[in-house]
Design a protein around this ligand. Structure first.
Ligand SMILES: *[C@@H]1O[C@H](CO)[C@@H](O)[C@H](O)[C@H]1NC(C)=O
Ligand SMILES: *[C@@H]1O[C@H](CO)[C@@H](O)[C@H](O)[C@H]1NC(C)=O
Length: 218
């Protein structure tokens, strides 16, 4: 696999292979965890995806440099592995044998980090630029959702507790009334109460007393 990629790179451009090498001083390693992040929705990493990566990076370089016409051919990729990782370097638009400084690439990636992530439906964790920690974007996004999640869980638990209490108390009242209504003397009282208390009780009442009702009414 690696061999084939190297052969392809050699054929397409001799320069590219010299410029982009693993551990290159101006290069960055990228690691993607598509399956882990997307599960059933995971897409297959192929040449089209790689083209999109190079395009988004060219976009990031354009946004950062403000006016320089980076295009896809300025993003040179090498050392691709099947469980997706690869190295890339950025060449200058006006001189494709000159590499862009590592620090400039880092700033460009930082600035467009959200756009790059969203292009691949991934996050800072599942789309890693090794050596470029996502300092700027990290504190903004996870803060509110975490509070919301905790809040949601607590409110959900409280709500569920209230529902359980209501249901159990209603069921217990029903049982007590069932026992009482077994005696013929007190039979009329529970019926009046259920009419006053609303629909929910009527429904339960009808289900449990469907056999007794016709008899008592007659
Ligand atoms: C990208 O830019 C280089 C240098 O400006 C140019 O030679 C090349 O044709 C361009 N490629 C595309 C696909 O536009
Ligand atoms: C392009 O960049 C290389 C490496 O930095 C340099 O040696 C060369 O002179 C440059 N070419 C031009 C035309 O500027």
């Amino acid at each position: 696999m690696l061999g084939q990629i190297f052969v392809l790179l050699c054929l397409s451009s001799a320069w590219a292979q010299q410029l982009c090498m693993p551990e290159a001083s101006d290069g960055y390693k990228v690691r993607l965890s598509i399956n882990t992040a997307l599960g059933d929705q995971a897409y297959v990493w192929n040449e089209n995806e790689m083209f999109l990566f190079r395009a988004t990076l060219a976009f990031a370089m354009r946004s950062y440099s403000g006016g320089q016409d980076y295009n896809v051919s300025n993003i040179v990729v090498c050392a691709e592995t099947p469980r997706v990782s690869f190295w890339f370097v950025v060449t200058a638009p006006l001189n494709s044998s000159r590499l862009i400084d590592r620090s400039d690439v880092e700033e460009a990636v930082r600035k467009s980090r959200n756009r790059i992530n969203s292009a691949f439906l991934l996050t800072d964790r599942s789309l890693e630029f090794i050596g470029i920690p996502p300092i700027l974007t990290a504190p903004v996004t996870p803060d509110t959702p975490q509070w919301l999640i905790v809040f949601g869980v607590v409110m959900g638990a409280v709500g569920a507790g209230i529902v359980v209490l209501l249901v159990t108390s209603v069921v217990e009242k029903k049982r007590k009334k069932n026992k009482k209504s077994g005696d013929e003397d007190i039979e009329e009282e529970p019926r009046e109460k259920t009419e006053g208390n609303g629909f929910a009780r009527d429904g339960v009442y009808n289900m449990s007393f469907s056999d007794d009702d016709p008899v008592t009414q007659m």
